[in-house]
Ligand binder design. Structure first.
Ligand code: OXD
Ligand code: MN
Length: 647
């Protein structure tokens, strides 16, 4: 086969029109090209700009794949990849549903690995704050550029031998929106391609708008091979011992090795949209946040709200809420990530950079999230959920939705019995990966290139004691403090064990791309960008009573809390000042039709609890952020302590 690629690309770059007509002729028809002497078995190298091509060629030299596949995002491509994945035993069809698939991972590769995730900068202080002497930092990990180069060389040299390198051009955000960004992911996992196709916009739509000036984030991923060459589970290759996820903000570069799962391998999500995204946002003056975006309409008036909750704290449920109060409608823009910037009128606008939902399956049911349940049973890849004998899926929470007579096989492929099995049927971090467009309440503006106008920002977490159902920040500095002091019970989305209350500032602790002290400074600086700042609130659906039961019913009833927020946005005089912020005045929270709500317990402010809380936050700031902490945060601690003392 002649290597005609070099000459062709010169010709095609001389003529854009020629490039695209040739692209149409060549896709899918097996006209082999070569890159660095390696066969391109799918797609057209001419759609790659010279800059992209040079990046791909560099990584071909490093990874030494057997074949190259340039993703075009077509249905044809997708169905061939799904066929291949079935043949390799990575996925199996779920005949109960339309175009749904079940993947089982190696049990050692089931969650994000924060301990193996690094930000790589010249100076350590650019990436992470300096903790106090003897304290282990928890606001990210740093690696030097030379260590990064060494680690990459060790792991990636020849890592794609006998494998296909897939080249995925993708857009985070609506293709062509001024708020969107482009990435090129190289991966040796067809599962990753199929998932990226759901989670982002990939292929021709993206390459069509690229020219040689187009900036892109470089994303290199390999599932790896263990050093001894022994692959424990050939259907799910990975190298958990040497897994490493690296980010080089200065070069807009991500390198991920050893894991095929979730945030470790779908690089558009946490690595790009949050870690690299937050560094680009800092440079360009906007915000990349771990936030859902929802639209809420009350009596015909619509507002948009963004909300930051730590992983697995119900962001997807809130984003798809079915309000119980009549006259309200919630619509979903996104369930995990928001990119937000002030427009020329000073209005904060947000896009959801993603194109799908990668939601935690357990706990999702027709009672907790009927909208998710009507979204996920077509065109979905499920991972690590349990399987039913009638060709469907099962997870904790679906007890009432699967007939008793149906047999269940757990996420490890073993028979599982509802009455006798001691372990969960689905892995606690098992997921559905499903197109956002299928959501029955997807917001009509969800792909609007200018983004939706944000009126309020919520922070929240799982706080069984002490933190009221809702309180409002007193001003912007206090709002930033609220985000900075966010704490929550640990969840299954990462590798932490147990139910400890962890600090998770801005719900971003695992996702900061740069020093948290500078991140706070960046948030504080928003005050200088507009006179129209959103109002900020802290919510807690998870407060428990003395009997250990939740005090608030949550889910669809949370619209009552949103209703109070809307009143505040309309400047209604319905808030009561307290030392920690503003809470609803008596009767201003609509509880009509709700029985047995202990409103006093939900809003009780205990001085001793709050003293301890502020002390814990102050200690955290001192130990973890030290000299990088903006003075405004210390001042907020002092103000709060004084006010709490007078309680
Ligand atoms: C996620 C997470 O997967 O936050 O969204 O872990
Ligand atoms: Mn998340």
């Amino acid at each position: 086969m002649p290597d005609i690629a070099e000459k062709d690309s010169e010709i095609s770059y001389a003529s854009e029109a020629g490039r695209f007509s040739k692209h149409l002729k060549q896709s899918h028809f097996g006209l082999f090209h070569h890159l660095r002497g390696i066969s391109v078995v799918h797609g057209d190298i001419n759609v790659l700009t010279p800059k992209v091509r040079s990046y791909v060629e560099d990584k071909i030299d490093l990874c030494q794949p057997e074949k190259i596949h340039i993703c075009d995002g077509t249905d044809y491509e997708n169905s061939s990849l799904l066929t291949l994945l079935q043949k390799e035993g990575t996925i199996k069809a779920l005949p109960k549903y339309e175009n749904c698939w079940l993947a089982r991972t190696n049990p050692a590769d089931t969650a994000r690995v924060e301990s193996k995730t690094f930000i790589c900068t010249e100076k350590k202080s650019e990436a992470i704050p300096t903790p106090s002497e003897g304290v282990k930092g928890s606001l990210g990990n740093w690696m030097s550029p030379s260590d990064m180069n060494k680690a990459v060389k060790e792991r990636f040299t020849g890592c794609m031998k006998n494998r296909t390198m897939y080249v995925i051009p993708f857009s985070m955000g609506p293709v062509g929106s001024p708020l969107s960004k482009i990435g090129i992911q190289l991966t040796d996992s067809a599962y990753v391609v199929a998932s990226m196709r759901i989670m982002t916009r990939i292929g021709q739509a993206v390459t069509k708008i690229m020219n040689n000036e187009t900036e892109f984030v470089k994303c290199l991923h390999s599932v790896g091979t263990p050093a001894d060459g022994k692959m424990e589970m050939p259907s799910w290759p990975c190298d958990p011992e040497r897994t490493l996820i690296l980010h080089k903000p200065q070069a807009n570069e991500i390198v991920s090795y050893g894991s095929g799962y979730g945030g470790n391998s779908l690089l558009g999500k946490k690595c790009f949209a949050l870690r690299i995204g937050s560094t680009i946002a800092k440079r360009e003056g906007w915000l990349a946040e771990h936030m859902l975006i929802l639209g809420i309409t009350k009596n015909g008036k619509k507002r948009y709200i963004a909300a930051a909750f730590p992983s697995a704290c119900g962001k997807t449920n809130l984003a798809m809420m079915t309000p119980t109060l009549p006259g309200y409608k919630v619509e979903c823009v996104g369930d995990d990530i928001a990119w937000m910037r002030f427009d020329e009128n000073g209005q904060l606008r947000a896009i959801n950079p993603e194109h799908g939902f990668f939601g935690v399956a357990p706990g999702t049911s027709n009672s907790s999230n009927p909208i998710a349940m009507s979204t996920v049973f077509k065109n979905t890849i499920f991972t690590n959920v349990a399987e039913t004998s009638d060709g469907g899926v099962y997870w904790e929470g679906m007890e009432n939705e699967v007939d008793e007579s149906v047999k269940i096989t757990d996420w490890l492929g073993k028979p599982w019995d509802r009455k006798t099995s001691k372990t969960p049927a689905a892995h606690p971090n098992s997921r559905f990966c499903t197109p956002a467009s299928q959501c029955p309440i997807i917001d009509p503006q969800w792909e609007s290139p200018e983004g939706v106008p944000i009126s309020a920002i919520l922070f929240g977490g799982r706080r069984p004691v002490g933190v009221p159902l809702i309180h409002e920040a007193k001003n912007w500095k206090h709002a930033v403090f609220m985000g900075a002091s966010l704490r929550s019970e640990a969840t299954a989305a990462a590798e932490h064990k147990g139910k400890v209350i962890m600090h998770d500032p801005f719900a971003m602790r695992p996702f900061f791309g740069y020093n948290f002290g500078q991140y706070l400074q960046h948030w504080l600086s928003m005050e200088t960008r507009t006179s129209n700042l959103p109002k900020v609130f802290l919510v807690n659906w998870f407060r428990k009573g003395g009997d250990g039961k939740f005090l608030w019913p949550g889910f669809g009833e949370n619209c009552r809390v949103l209703d109070w927020i809307l009143k505040r946005l309309d400047n209604e005089d319905c808030a009561l000042k307290t030392p920690i912020g503003l809470i609803p005045k008596k009767e201003s929270l609509n509880l009509e039709g709700l029985k047995d709500i202990d409103i006093d317990a939900l809003f009780k402010l205990d001085a001793e609890f709050w003293k301890q809380e502020i002390n814990a936050v102050e200690k955290y700031f001192e130990e973890q952020v030290g000299k990088d902490l903006p003075s405004e945060m210390k001042e907020q601690c002092e103000i709060l302590k004084k006010e709490i003392d007078s309680m």
